[in-house]
Design a protein around this ligand. Structure first.
Ligand code: CU
Length: 352
């Protein structure tokens, strides 16, 4: 509410200034036709260009100062640091180029503003200049793209030697289900046509496939720290996207095919909760929640940080709430948790 009021006041002040300038303009005795820009108009516009540049940089600095805290904490996957570094370098380059070109653009607009009797210089072309401003972007962009391609191949390349944990992520409007391969770490065959809701075969597993028997279907994803996970991703209905921001991972879920993404989690949930950025974020959030709770608002219990799997494709009306909790823990904790879960075979037997 305060924001709306502040904006309204700012808008009113702006309108008032604009009206006052108009009155001031009208009160001046005009000696020439006002439809043609004179030296004063040009000077005025030149200064405005300069002011606009200052405004742009002001907003940039303000945004850095005010919104940096909303960025993700340090990456919790092995490839994440390299990914973040590539992102940082790209932003630094964009920032430097934008700083120089915008400053020149606005300065020249001011310096070469219209003046009576001043004539523009006819300058057809300059091969050397054209060459320089073509070759520099070509080299920089090629460097970034090649670096990006290498990073991508490196992230996407799964070796048998890595002995990845195989996990299926199953997307449907509007929730996620995960499936582990069980003791043999092999997923049983599955197909949407074999889904049998009455018998709790929610993922359409092939009951005649022995590999499916020990599969474990869960609604909360647990991962052992330090072991590579190879996600096999399916969708039941429309395009979804499996997005795990803290691990810098995202892959589309496409009906009718299996897509893949792999990463190695390197920070347990317990350790990430100690991260200073996360601690600060939890503190800020819980302060807002406490205020809401004091006003009797719902869903305002204190929040605790957890990794999360989100859907990153607008897939329908409850898309915003399509999520699954991810818990990264030690191998022992993971084994203990897995033991408490029912296998597909057990579930089917009890559904008979
Ligand atoms: Cu979705």
């Amino acid at each position: 509410m305060t924001t709306v009021l502040t904006l309204a006041v700012l808008a009113l002040v702006a309108i008032a200034i604009w009206q006052m300038t108009k009155i001031f303009e009208l009160s001046q005795i005009k000696t020439e036709n006002s439809q043609i820009a004179n030296d004063d108009d040009n000077k005025y516009n030149g200064y405005l260009m300069f002011a606009f540049m200052l405004f742009t940089y002001g907003i940039t600095i303000f945004s850095f100062w005010k919104y940096t805290k909303f960025l993700l904490p340090e990456a919790a996957s092995e490839h994440g640091a390299n990914y973040d570094y590539l992102m940082l370098i790209s932003f630094v380059i964009i920032f430097i180029v934008q700083f120089i070109t915008q400053a020149l653009l606005h300065y020249f607009a001011y310096k070469y503003r219209g003046k009576k009797g001043k004539k523009a210089l006819f300058y057809a072309d300059n091969n050397r200049l054209e060459f320089i401003w073509t070759i520099i972007p070509v080299i920089v962009l090629a460097g970034l793209i090649i670096w990006g391609l290498y990073s991508w191949t490196d992230i996407m390349n799964v070796d048998e030697d890595d002995d990845p944990l195989i996990v299926e992520l199953y997307a449907q409007q509007f929730n996620w289900t995960a499936r582990y391969g069980g003791a043999d770490n092999v997923l049983g065959n599955a197909n949407v046509r074999m889904i049998d809701i009455d018998r709790a075969n929610v993922l359409g597993l092939d009951e005649s496939d022995l590999n499916a028997n020990d599969d474990i279907i869960v609604k909360e994803l647990h991962l052992p720290v330090g072991r590579m996970v190879n996600f096999k991703i399916r969708s039941q209905d429309v395009l979804h996207s499996a997005y795990m921001p803290h691990f810098r991972a995202q892959m589309n879920c496409v009906p009718g095919m299996i897509t893949e993404f792999s990463f190695t989690p390197i920070t347990t949930t317990a350790d990430m909760r100690q991260n200073p950025d996360v601690v600060a974020k939890v503190e800020r959030t819980n302060k807002i929640r406490a205020e809401k709770a004091a006003n009797g608002a719902e869903n305002s219990d204190p929040w605790e940080f957890d990794y999360i799997l989100l859907c990153n494709k607008i897939c329908g009306k409850s898309h915003y709430n399509m999520q699954m909790k991810i818990i990264v823990e030690t191998q022992e904790e993971y084994d203990a948790w897995l033991k408490t879960q029912q296998t597909f075979g057990q579930t089917m037997a009890s559904a008979q």
